[in-house]
Design a protein around this ligand. Structure first.
Ligand code: BG6
Length: 517
């Protein structure tokens, strides 16, 4: 058995001092643990998970007793995996990560083969001794979703799903998609719950790890000035835009079976909406927030429950120019059926039937290959009851709005009317801006850094509970059914635009307009 080299003492002292100077980081340092990544040779591990860990190592957030055990089908030894880990973004000039990586282990094998889990169990027992990981485990499912149940069963067969007798923990982190519809989501949950308790399961929606998404909670509940107007008396309507400039890249095969509704609306949009519209939680404790999120999701009127699914637009991008460059349409992308009916854009109007939001339309749109990457929530306020200015003086005055810019230019803008200097009483819209990068020049952490740290410390607040997943599927189910039957007809939009004309008509039919970012 190889004993891993202890962390260099001087380096350890320096990092401990740094952690002490950052109280939040020091308080959040997880207990010793082994992080087992299933799908360790894949894209998610090398693009997101390992770089997030490397950054945490640099910041001194990882416990001394820490190791990563990679599991995947690719043939590779411990050294190959260590090289992979040392080559990820954030690994350069990072001596602590370099030292950690020297202890990492790798198990090559098939997830359906008990021998893989037998070998994993023996490696983990070894790592407890060599790296001091104290029997604590976080299992991260970064594999193809079809394998989630198989891996959970493989772990259970070796009792790796059970917390140890000495109080050690075993947690399971699950990546989206959680099923492809309500039935498959329930089936997946049954499979996971056969092996793990709900409290052990940490479902990731990476939008919940974004600082600006969490800041919706701070804005609403750490201030007294917004909450009194956060309701139907002052808000005319709400808009959520998740716009992407990228197309499907090399994921055509995957995307063909997903589409914008499953890929973005069922998860990211529903999470952002839930935080924006929910009631104040009693505390910031995980279940307190999740109770409120699920409550408001239950108040979303299920489209089609009392009417046809007619407030929905689905569309696909066609060849066009973006920034002077001609780009192919969706049907021309690699891995995509040339007659595909998969939607790359969805717009819809939702309603929330509760005391706070009754009668306030919620407009949502998301799409790929739009003008630029931009995610934002806009609370559009009602017009003043009477404008005492002559008509043309307010020509450039739009309704007041609070814009929560989730990405990429993270911040908040309050748009309101101001007098234009000069002899006339012309009023036009101006904006007051808060910018994250100016207020907090240190930069914000990547979503996966926060989520990994929370999974390792066992804080469930930002993870998605089973009832939330189910309710979000309930909301989109009738729309999925309608899409499957070819309704509404698939619209088209050229690459590099803000989407199809049908989406403009959707919102304009109620005398409103999209707030183009
Ligand atoms: C993922 C989707 O969940 O989110 C992708 O599968 C999408 O299709 C991505 O591109 C968007 O995430 P972000 O953080 O870039 O907004």
């Amino acid at each position: 058995m190889n004993l891993a080299p202890p962390l260099d003492d001087a380096l350890k002292d320096a990092l401990d001092r740094a952690a002490d100077e950052m109280p939040s980081a020091a308080q959040r340092r997880p207990d010793p643990l082994a992080l087992v990544i299933f799908g360790a040779s894949g894209d998610l591990a090398s693009r997101k998970l390992l770089p997030a860990l490397a950054r945490q190592a640099r910041l001194g957030h990882l416990p001394d007793g820490f190791s990563v055990v990679g599991v995947a089908r690719s043939i590779m030894g411990d050294d190959g995996f260590r090289d992979l880990c040392r080559g990820v973004e954030g690994a350069e000039d990072n001596p602590r990560w370099d030292q950690f990586a020297g202890r990492f282990r790798y198990v090559a094998g098939d997830y359906g083969d008990p021998a893989t889990f037998e070998q994993l169990a023996s490696v983990l027992a070894d790592v407890d001794v060599t790296c001091g990981t104290a029997g604590n485990r976080v299992y991260y499912l970064a594999t193809n979703p079809d394998l989630f149940g198989t891996v959970a069963r493989g772990l259970a067969a070796f009792k790796a799903n059970e917390p140890g007798s000495g109080g050690s923990f075993a947690r399971l982190v699950v990546e989206k998609p959680f099923g492809i519809d309500l039935d498959s989501a329930r089936q997946l949950d049954r499979e996971l719950h056969e092996c793990f308790h709900e409290e052990q399961i940490f479902r990731i929606d990476h939008y919940m790890g974004k600082e600006t998404v969490q800041n919706v909670l701070a804005l609403r509940f750490a201030n007294a000035i917004f909450e009194p107007i956060w309701n139907r008396r002052y808000v005319d309507h709400v808009q959520v835009t998740v716009a992407e400039e990228l197309g499907v890249e090399h994921r055509g095969n995957f995307y063909e079976h997903a589409g914008a509704l499953r890929d973005i609306v069922q998860n990211h949009v529903m999470q952002v909406l839930a935080l924006t519209l929910m009631e104040p939680p009693a505390t910031m404790e995980g279940n307190s927030i999740r109770d409120e999120k699920v409550k408001v999701l239950r108040s979303v009127v299920i489209p089609g429950s009392d009417q046809e699914v007619d407030r929905v637009v689905r569309a696909q991008y066609v060849r066009g120019k973006a920034n002077e460059i001609e780009l192919p349409g969706y049907r021309e992308e690699e891995g995509v059926d040339p007659a595909s009916l998969t939607e790359t854009y969805v717009a819809m109007q939702l309603a929330v039937d509760n005391w706070r939001w009754a009668g306030v339309p919620i407009f949502v749109r998301t799409g790929k290959r739009l003008v630029r990457r931009e995610t934002q929530v806009v609370m559009v306020f009602q017009r003043p009851p009477h404008l005492p200015f002559a008509g043309q003086l307010t020509r450039d005055l739009s309704t007041d709005a609070l814009v929560l810019r989730i990405q990429p230019d993270e911040g908040i803008s309050l748009c309101f009317g101001a007098k234009v200097p000069g002899p006339s009483f012309t009023v036009r819209t101006v904006s007051m801006d808060f910018s994250y990068s100016q207020a907090f020049p240190g930069g914000t952490a990547e979503a996966y850094e926060r989520l990994l740290l929370d999974a390792m410390t066992g804080d469930p607040m930002l993870f998605i509970r089973t009832d939330e997943v189910e309710q979000a599927w309930h909301i989109v189910a009738p729309i999925q059914d309608a899409f499957a039957e070819g309704e509404p007809p698939l619209a088209r939009y050229p690459v590099g635009t803000w989407g199809p004309i049908e989406a403009d008509r959707l919102i304009e039919s109620s005398n409103r307009q999209w707030r183009t970012p």
